[in-house]
Design a protein around this ligand. Structure first.
Ligand SMILES: [Zn+2]
Length: 488
């Protein structure tokens, strides 16, 4: 509900903005640009999207790491053309390799991209690039263009287009993450990123290696909720050459800061890959160790585990099941009352029951939505001090086909007691100092890792058979692959 209020307000402010279209000077590049949004609107827009991002994507719970990333980011922003914007730099708890910038100041990096940096200068390259998207107002232009074209921001969806359409899964703020920049914007941000990094005396040759590495990683990522770097930052053939040429013009790089060991110490013990403690699928069974529950999805449905929802879609794409937390902790009866009494929603029979011993309220409904009438069954259930909303819905006239499946799904929710599942742990990055010159392949034989040699080579920015000199600190992935997943 809060999302809808936010989105409506934002849409209102943009409509106003369109009435005062004017041509302004781009603050970072000095060029002329079509300005649809004033700076204060730009800032307000970014703050609103950032609230939505953070309400649906958890931040990495590591104050020291957050402060480190913020410190490096703020130093770069301070030497930009727009030092007075309300800059923020945060690490989101997602295994996907990506970074993104919202209008007017908020910059996010994933823990997935942090695992791939090997120095502070590499991180500065990416933060500087994202700062460039903000100072050159790409982020706000990108959103304005999407609005102007009348396509809204519904350009992508998290599970699939249909699910997003029906469930409102992808909030307006999250949809921003699916907008990609144009190649000209990418070149401009590369150039600005190098400018800021060199002003803070970073070795900008690391920018080139970092962008080469990001191209190499591409969209390799397993199942996170947001797209990867290349899908939002399109690359081009001459990009690396242009970066090389630019960096070659910068003097005094011999003494510039790389900050390799300093950076690596900060990511020691960082969670790597999917975190099974935040829920994982074993075929159709979904287990959540931290919240201590399990629930069985219908066989053969396409499923996805996202930060704020776990959902499934029928093979014929006309039905959805999903589990979310109800918005407040006031209990199943109150949450059900609020849901079934919504405007535009007609409830059928609603009653109390116990689901595997847990108190619940369950009922059927019919809802008028922008996409037509939906019919479904929703249950609200209390477990471990939280209230869950578990529901299934389909298009009008098909509830008879799905009703039994929805009920089986809802009534399969139960307390997780399996000891192995409860004690599952994620993989982590561990630092390792080489005693003698070795290749990734050789180290793998001495120190087996759940990650492939190819992946370890990418993480360390080397080739698999390349010899790494003694005394070097390298990143190693330790632990076990999450249950039910395969090494990519
Ligand atoms: Zn970019």
């Amino acid at each position: 509900m809060a999302h809808r209020v936010l989105a409506t307000r934002l849409a209102g402010s943009l409509v106003l903005a369109f009435l005062v279209v004017s041509c302004a000077t781009n603050p970072a590049t000095g060029g002329k640009m079509l300005s649809l949004v004033s700076e204060s609107q730009e800032i307000q827009m970014g703050q609103q999207f950032s609230q939505e991002v953070e309400s649906s994507m958890p931040l990495v719970d590591d104050a020291e790491l957050q402060a480190y990333v913020e410190g490096v980011g703020l130093a770069l922003a301070a030497v930009s053309e727009r030092p007075d914007l309300p800059w923020s730099f945060r690490v989101v708890d997602d295994p996907v390799v990506n970074a993104f910038a919202l209008p007017g100041g908020p910059v996010y990096v994933t823990r997935g991209i942090l695992a791939h940096f090997s120095s502070e200068a590499e991180m500065a390259a990416v933060l500087g690039h994202e700062i460039g998207h903000i100072t050159a107002r790409h982020s706000v232009e990108q959103i304005s263009r999407a609005q102007l074209a009348g396509i809204g921001l519904a350009v992508g969806s998290i599970l699939s287009r249909d699910i997003a359409r029906y469930s409102g899964l992808a909030s307006q703020g999250l949809q921003v993450l699916f907008l990609s920049f144009g190649r000209d914007d990418e070149h401009e941000s590369d150039m600005l990123g190098v400018r800021y990094a060199s002003r803070v005396d970073y070795d900008v040759r690391e920018s080139v290696t970092m962008h080469e590495k990001l191209d190499r990683i591409g969209d390799l990522s397993n199942g996170g909720g947001i797209p990867g770097w290349l899908s939002t930052h399109p690359s081009s053939e001459d990009r690396i050459e242009r970066l090389h040429a630019l960096v070659d013009t910068i003097p005094g790089l011999a003494d510039a800061k790389v900050g390799r060991d300093e950076y690596l110490f900060h990511i020691d013990d960082l969670v790597y890959g999917e975190d099974p403690r935040q829920g994982y699928f074993a075929q159709s069974l979904f287990l959540h160790p931290d919240l201590r529950f399990q629930i069985r999805f219908p066989d053969g449905w396409q499923t996805a585990n996202l930060p704020s929802v776990v959902g499934g879609q029928s093979p014929s794409q006309d039905a959805i099941v999903q589990l979310t937390l109800a918005s407040d902790g006031s209990g199943h009866a109150e949450a059900a009352r609020a849901f079934f009494s919504q405007e535009g929603l007609t409830s059928g029979r609603v009653g109390r029951e116990r689901i595997n011993g847990l108190p619940a309220t369950l009922g059927s409904f019919q809802a008028q939505t922008e996409q037509g009438v939906l019919e479904g069954i929703a249950a609200f259930l209390d477990h471990g001090g939280l209230t869950y909303r578990i529901m299934g819905y389909t298009v009008q006239g098909r509830l008879n086909n799905y009703q039994n499946g929805f009920l089986r799904f809802i009534r399969s929710f139960e307390i997780l007691t399996d000891r192995a599942a409860l004690s599952v742990e994620p993989m982590r990055i561990e630092l390792y100092t080489l005693e003698r010159a070795s290749s990734i392949a050789e180290i793998s034989r001495r120190k087996p890792s759940p990650a492939s040699e190819a992946r370890l080579a990418i993480l360390n920015g080397v080739e698999e058979t390349e010899r790494i000199p003694p005394g070097s600190m390298i990143k190693w992935v330790v632990g076990e692959l999450p249950p039910g997943t395969r090494e990519d």
